[in-house]
Write a protein that binds this ligand. Structure first.
Ligand SMILES: *[C@@H]1O[C@H](CO)[C@@H](O)[C@H](O)[C@H]1NC(C)=O
Ligand SMILES: *[C@@H]1O[C@H](CO)[C@@H](O)[C@H](O)[C@H]1NC(C)=O
Ligand SMILES: *[C@@H]1O[C@H](CO)[C@@H](O)[C@H](O)[C@H]1NC(C)=O
Ligand SMILES: *[C@@H]1O[C@H](CO)[C@@H](O)[C@H](O)[C@H]1NC(C)=O
Ligand SMILES: *[C@@H]1O[C@H](CO)[C@@H](O)[C@H](O)[C@H]1NC(C)=O
Ligand SMILES: *[C@@H]1O[C@H](CO)[C@@H](O)[C@H](O)[C@H]1NC(C)=O
Ligand SMILES: *[C@@H]1O[C@H](CO)[C@@H](O)[C@H](O)[C@H]1NC(C)=O
Ligand SMILES: *[C@@H]1O[C@H](CO)[C@@H](O)[C@H](O)[C@H]1NC(C)=O
Ligand SMILES: *[C@@H]1O[C@H](CO)[C@@H](O)[C@H](O)[C@H]1NC(C)=O
Ligand SMILES: *[C@@H]1O[C@H](CO)[C@@H](O)[C@H](O)[C@H]1NC(C)=O
Ligand SMILES: *[C@@H]1O[C@H](CO)[C@@H](O)[C@H](O)[C@H]1NC(C)=O
Length: 388
């Protein structure tokens, strides 16, 4: 019986590999104004951290015995993240409903991800990875506008902890698993796509910013693995890709979409300068995550849009709401907490209307971040200078 079932399954697998190419969904073409949502740092649901006795007692014993512990296992003992998981899961769910509500109102046609799709240690092609993909993304974003809208995906630091197998799952397996998951056409961790309107075009370049950080190359970093070592060695490939794509595009708007922040209220990742120089040269726009809060920064004549708060918000990432300088134009945080939320871009020929939606965080009888009317944006600005 068991053998019989396995035979059927194998023939199904064979059938799938020989079928016509599956193509991910893409955003509709030809709108005068196209609304898309920028979302990041969300995928907590279904994460089961290791138990305390393992993290506090067994892990140090293994280390002392000279046993190599996989980075995924070390990372799944992160004390802060272990503490957050219960609230983080509830906050991801509540924020998903909020994003769905606003996007139904605004008719969002696509989601632009800025990474950290799966806490704490990404997903790879294992049953555990499949269960996480299903819980934290596929089953989380299903209702209303989520049903058909594509997600233009991007890798964050949590996504690359498993190294190449984790990257392969998100770039190669996931697009075939669910046609809303878009990861380019070349199965690489960096890619480009265009959103095309009635009389305008927007060129997006997605890169894996994990490759750029020198700090991830320390052998004590949980992000140090053969994938990051190799791609750190070839960051010029991604820089050239951005440079060539922007140079060959005469789009109205040019965006760099990545996980880490060059401009931040906590850590400015200056290793990203070679990318930002190119964006500045083309009068482009940066969308990023990593800091768990909403923010707008203006630096090097460039707008930096931070959307990173669709999971667990952290006020410290936005310096508890206090700007460190005039480059920080908006921080969705106060001295107690940061807001969950996301950003919408209403893209047209003349202007991009950027709206920051901070959620009124009623939670277990309290309100973690009161917003009087969270169906309206808490902050907005317009970009009128076209890219070149
Ligand atoms: C599927 O994609 C491969 C590689 O891009 C291409 O060679 C092949 O012709 C495609 N097959 C179909 C049925 O579209
Ligand atoms: C939503 O926007 C898309 C793209 O412009 C358009 O094709 C579609 O008709 C709109 N839907 C509604 C309900 O307005
Ligand atoms: C979780 O949320 C509750 C409020 O319902 C709060 O009291 C608690 O401190 C939160 N825990 C963490 C780790 O943020
Ligand atoms: C880690 O790097 C340090 C130097 O940066 C080196 O001394 C040490 O041997 C390395 N450890 C391992 C396990 O490779
Ligand atoms: C980096 O790239 C150079 C040249 O392509 C190669 O010789 C070297 O082995 C690479 N180093 C690592 C750590 O991948
Ligand atoms: C970008 O490309 C231009 C040519 O289009 C070249 O002059 C420039 O050096 C390149 N910049 C980088 C950083 O590669
Ligand atoms: C880009 O330039 C080419 C040639 O001038 C033109 O045909 C095309 O319509 C332009 N595309 C956009 C989006 O402006
Ligand atoms: C941004 O401007 C500062 C000075 O204002 C400069 O030091 C830095 O190199 C610039 N960064 C980029 C990416 O051009
Ligand atoms: C933010 O507030 C928290 C709690 O009050 C405090 O521990 C932390 O040091 C503050 N961080 C900054 C950057 O001010
Ligand atoms: C980040 O960069 C801004 C703008 O250059 C600067 O004002 C701020 O002090 C920097 N933050 C840190 C923590 O270095
Ligand atoms: C936090 O902000 C509130 C409202 O702005 C203010 O009343 C309070 O004094 C602040 N607390 C601290 C510790 O800064």
């Amino acid at each position: 019986m068991l053998l019989f079932t396995a035979t059927i399954l194998l023939s199904l697998v064979h059938h799938v590999t020989s079928a016509a190419n599956v193509t991910s969904r893409t955003a509709p073409v030809g709108a005068t104004v196209l609304t898309v949502a920028v979302i990041g740092d969300y995928g907590w649901t279904g994460w089961v951290p290791s138990p305390d006795n393992f993290c506090f007692d067994v892990l140090p014993t293994l280390g002392a015995a000279g046993i190599t512990v996989p980075n995924e296992v070390v990372n799944d003992c992160d004390p802060g993240d272990k503490q957050y998981i219960t609230n983080a899961t509830a906050l991801q769910t509540d924020t998903a409903a909020y994003v769905g509500q606003i996007c139904a109102m605004k008719n969002c046609s696509a989601f632009l991800s800025v990474g950290d799709n799966f806490y704490d240690s990404g997903v790879d092609f294992t049953t555990a990875g499949i269960l996480r993909f299903q819980a934290a993304w596929a089953d989380m974003y299903t209702q209303g506008v989520f049903k058909y809208a594509p997600w233009y995906q991007c890798l964050g630091n949590h996504d690359i902890v498993p190294g190449q197998p984790g990257v392969d799952f998100q770039t190669k397996v996931a697009p075939l698993y669910d046609d809303r998951w878009y990861f380019g056409t070349e199965q690489l961790p960096y890619y480009t796509y265009d959103l095309v309107g009635a009389d305008w075009t927007a060129t997006f370049v997605v890169v894996d910013s994990d490759c750029f950080l020198d700090s991830y190359q320390k052998n004590t970093s949980v992000y140090f693995n053969p994938y990051t070592t190799a791609c750190h060695n070839t960051t010029q490939t991604q820089v050239n890709f951005l440079n060539t794509t922007f140079a060959n595009s005469n789009a109205t708007w040019k965006f760099l979409q990545l996980h880490h922040p060059y401009a931040s209220a906590s850590t400015n990742e200056t290793d990203l300068a070679p990318l930002v120089e190119i964006v500045a040269k083309h009068q482009g726009i940066v969308i990023n995550g990593h800091d768990h809060c909403l923010g707008h920064f203006f630096l090097n004549n460039t707008n930096f849009i931070l959307s990173g708060a669709a999971g667990y918000p952290q006020a410290g990432d936005c310096n508890n709401g206090t700007a460190l300088g005039p480059y920080a134009l908006y921080l969705g945080a106060n001295n107690l907490t940061a807001a969950n939320g996301f950003v919408t871009l209403d893209i047209s020929k003349q202007t991009i209307n950027v709206e920051y939606y901070a959620r009124d965080m009623k939670f277990e009888g309290t309100d973690l971040y009161p917003v009087e009317c969270d169906l309206k944006p808490s902050y907005s600005f317009q970009i009128t200078q076209n890219s070149i």
